[in-house]
Design a binder for this molecule. Structure first.
Ligand code: NAD
Ligand code: ZN
Length: 341
């Protein structure tokens, strides 16, 4: 089969011929239809410090996918051949306290396909049947292929009650933009999205009615005045990983405000804890998606009018992957979807 492999401990990826994965009794085999390129894949492409520490070589990468089941292991009862699925790319253990309490997403032994284990940028992918998510007719393959990042957006946005609240989202990457759409769908009042990249903010304007602010030249205070927000944002969703964005967020929060942190800073950063303490802020870290509440809620929202399709800006054949990665590097794209048909 074709597979996009991190073949060398150096920049880039290689399309190679690899054996189809062998499934075990609890696994399913999926013929991959579409995959999304993630920021994580770009880190792996670039072979940055994080990738060098994390990624085994050689390995098939990729973790955002949708496809059709072509084989199931002998123990599998919940999935059958022909089912159209996406899936949770975090594989968990069942030994920890949190996993045994049913909080699967908090298992410390979590391993990621395409990061620690062979991934989805291939004609065929193996995952445990436990991780499969059935796709209803309203969710086609290209939306199925971006449920992983949509799930990050949903998990973060649903961390706190948003109804009637004013929300600040820092970072208009695909996840920040999708989070803005989710906030609107569930009933937030003002939604303000910041970035320093005009392409991304323009894309956000096409997907949502959130107010967009380029903080490299506009003052967030002015925007808050215009919206008649006297006290500050009730909820903050940090989706840039930029320390400056977090600082700005803490500064603009209401007393007792709540912040959910998804963005990953490139290293340790300093925080003015005095401001966090004296504003009585609540800060919650977010990793991945809740298994499987996030999946349930996001599919329900897609079935009831949540529309994130415009966040997919580029569609291309799997063989043109290098072009997709070049776009990601420039930041002049939303989601890039590869077609394995
Ligand atoms: P992305 O890199 O495409 O988007 C981040 C955006 O932040 C970019 O558009 C960038 O221009 C913007 N930005 C940079 N500095 C800024 C500033 N000072 N103020 C406002 N915006 C600024 O990333 P994405 O794919 O949308 O993902 C969002 C973040 O979430 C990334 O940091 C990613 O690594 C992280 N992530 C975390 C998890 C998790 O499980 N915690 C999962 C997926 C992604
Ligand atoms: Zn991803």
């Amino acid at each position: 089969m074709r597979a996009l492999v991190k073949a060398e401990r150096a920049e880039g990826l290689e399309m190679r011929d690899e054996p189809v994965p062998q499934i075990g009794p609890d696994d399913i085999l999926i013929k991959v239809a579409k995959t999304g390129i993630c920021g994580t894949d770009l880190h792996i492409w670039k072979w940055d410090e994080w990738a060098q520490k994390t990624i085994p070589v050689p390995m098939v990468v990729g973790h955002e996918f949708a496809g059709v089941v072509t084989d199931v292991g002998s123990h599998v009862r919940t999935v059958k051949v022909g089912d159209r699925v996406s899936g949770e790319g975090h594989l968990i253990g069942m030994k920890s306290r949190m996993a045994r309490a049913g909080h699967f997403h908090l298992d410390p032994e979590t391993k990621g396909i395409g990061v620690n284990l062979p991934g989805a940028f291939a004609d065929y992918l193996k995952i445990p049947a436990f991780n499969a998510i059935h796709l209803p007719p309203e969710v086609d393959d290209e939306i199925g292929a971006i449920l992983d990042p949509l799930g990050n957006a949903v998990h973060t946005a649903l961390s706190f009650d948003l109804v009637g609240e004013d929300v600040l989202i820092t970072g208009a990457g695909p996840i920040g933009i999708m989070a803005a759409a989710v906030c609107r769908h569930v009933g937030a009042r003002h939604i303000v999205v910041t970035d320093i990249n005009d392409y991304r903010l323009e894309l956000c304007n096409q997907v949502t009615d959130a107010v967009t602010v380029n903080v490299s030249r506009e003052d967030l205070h002015d925007v808050m005045h215009r919206l008649r927000m006297s006290e500050g944002f009730d909820i903050g969703l940090e989706m840039s990983g930029a320390p400056k964005a977090f600082d700005q967020m803490v500064d603009r929060m209401i007393m007792g405000g709540k912040i959910a942190m998804l963005g990953i800073p490139s290293g340790p950063t300093t925080v003015d804890w005095n401001r966090v303490i004296f504003k009585s802020l609540t800060i919650k870290g977010i990793y991945g998606r809740e298994m499987f509440e996030t999946w349930y809620k996001m599919i329900a929202m897609l079935q009831s009018g949540l529309d994130v399709r415009k966040v997919i800006t580029h569609r291309m054949k799997a063989g043109d992957y290098a072009q997709g990665f070049a776009l990601m590097k420039q930041g002049s794209c939303g989601k890039v979807v590869l077609d394995w048909g």
